[in-house]
Design a protein around this ligand. Structure first.
Ligand code: V55
Ligand code: FE
Length: 484
């Protein structure tokens, strides 16, 4: 059997699998200069198929996790990338082919891998408790060596992770260093069970409670404030019978309401209160905070399903216009009579991949950044995310960066200028896909002047596939917390 990828979108052109593990010493700086005092590492993960997919019509959510690092010191940056050696990656490498089938559908797997973790560690990579963890929401995270990017192994918090799954979007409380996280489909694929945990700053689980969602769905992200946690139940629904029939894991249900499940921090799952709203889509949360009574959650909201590869239960086709998300603020009154919540649109242009200064996670904040898919005033051939925008949440004022024609932008990341920097005092890092040149750049922008020419452009001699999430770990943090 020859190794040959399908001639299909997602496997050709700029999105063709890379399959290369790289070590690149001293990345070329083609413009500007890397700030001399920037000391730390930008970790990112992309999904990059090592083997041609086992099923037809596969999509990047089902690709192998490839972790990468840009390590900055003294005005230089070194790049490294490594596949995460998940049990799945290792088993498939032995056979030199895909043994696992469709996205989150174990009923499509080769019988030889029955019962093995299907995890791909392909969604987010984050630092907590002296550990670098790469994760996907269908499995426990994988521990990675922060210097070599070698895989250490699956991380179950010393067995305290009783859920079968663990979110790719944990939140770290900057006041306590606690990591707040959860698993959905916690008792197995399509179960409506959610397990909510908190781990102390060393990574020891100090809180665990369980609850059940009104229906089974993708709970990709959640909101955490000083006093509350909120689980958004969005009608991207899952169904066991559909899986058994070999169907897609998720399907959009245009007839189901959205539910926001609110618990006090470290609360008991039995006390969950559900706030209900009409059918709509949301996924990533920019930031959330509370004033003791009201919870404020900032998230891009669209009329309908954002993901073209998950079908609509009503049979409707993908509607690109309805899929566009506009950054909005949800407000929940935790002491009011109403079991509803309000929604106010914040951003003028549609976008996703919202981020803020992570040092203000759970707290009131003033500024965020996201990728935009449309800026009506600016002509730009192509589709997908092509601009980066910052937004001042008090004034609504935004600044926009455009990398040029035939480019795609990945998730932007705020990097503080130094350990004691103010909010907005620092940089926005973003990986740019230069499609014509079939390679990528890492662009460093001034966070306070996003529309100015970049501070530096790191010219990569290779292509980095459109990826997911990443985080900055300062050299100080890495040195202080590392356990290995
Ligand atoms: C996302 C990505 C995933 C996944 C579920 O919203 C959600 C992004 C890369 O895999 O499994
Ligand atoms: Fe995500």
């Amino acid at each position: 059997m020859v190794t040959r990828f399908p001639d299909q979108p997602g496997f050709t052109g700029f999105d063709a699998p890379m399959r290369v593990e790289a070590d690149l010493m001293d990345v070329e700086v083609s413009q500007g200069a890397i700030p001399e005092n920037l000391e730390g590492t930008y970790y990112r993960v992309v999904a990059d198929f090592q083997w041609p997919p086992k099923v037809d019509g596969d999509f990047f959510f089902n690709g192998d996790g490839m972790v990468m690092s840009f390590r900055f010191s003294g005005g230089h940056a070194d790049f490294k990338s490594r596949y995460v050696r998940t049990p799945r990656f290792v088993a498939q490498a032995k056979e030199r082919r895909a043994l696992f089938g469709a996205y989150r559908n174990p009923y499509t797997d080769d019988p030889s891998v029955a019962g093995m973790s299907r995890g791909l560690a392909n969604t987010n990579v984050f630092w907590h408790g002296g550990k670098l963890l790469s994760s996907k929401e269908d499995s426990p995270p994988m521990m990675i060596d922060p210097d070599t990017l070698e895989t250490i192994g699956e991380h179950t918090f010393d067995g305290a992770l009783t859920s079968q799954t663990s979110t790719a979007h944990p939140k770290i409380d900057p006041r306590t260093g606690e990591m707040v996280f959860f698993g959905f489909a916690a008792k197995g694929e399509t179960t409506p069970d959610i397990a909510y945990y908190e781990a102390d700053s060393r990574g020891v689980v100090i809180h665990e409670t369980w609850l059940r969602a009104p229906y089974s769905s993708m709970v990709h992200d959640f909101a955490v404030t000083q006093n509350f946690v909120v689980f958004p139940i969005i009608p991207l629904t899952s169904d066991l019978e559909r899986l058994k029939a070999g169907g897609p894991h998720y399907a959009w249900d245009p007839h189901k309401d959205v539910y926001l499940g609110v618990l006090p921090r470290k609360g008991n799952g039995a006390d969950i209160r559900w706030y209900r709203g009409s059918n709509r889509f949301a996924s990533h949360i920019m930031g959330a905070h509370d004033d003791g009574r009201h919870i404020f959650i900032d998230t891009p909201v669209s009329e309908s399903n954002f993901f073209p590869f998950f079908p609509d239960l009503s049979g409707a086709g993908y509607e690109a216009e309805k899929a566009k998300g506009y950054l909005s603020r949800w407000t929940i009154d935790t002491m009011g009579e109403s079991n509803g919540f309000t929604e106010t649109k914040i951003a003028r242009y549609p976008g996703e991949f919202p981020r803020m200064d992570d040092r203000r996670e759970t707290l009131p904040y003033n500024w965020g950044v996201l990728a935009l898919s449309d800026v009506p005033e600016q002509e730009s051939p192509g589709r997908g995310f092509r601009w980066i925008s910052s937004i001042d949440l008090n004034t609504g004022h935004s600044q926009i960066y455009y990398p040029g024609h035939d480019c795609s932008v990945a998730e932007p990341l705020f990097v503080p200028a130094h350990d004691n920097a103010e909010e907005r005092e620092g940089y926005v890092f973003v990986v740019i896909g230069r499609h014509e040149e079939m390679r990528s750049d890492l662009v460093i922008l001034d966070a306070a002047h996003l529309d100015a020419p970049p501070v530096a452009t790191l010219k990569m001699p290779l292509r980095i596939r459109s990826g997911l999430h990443g985080n900055w770990v300062s050299a100080t943090e890495l040195a202080r917390e590392r356990t290995a």
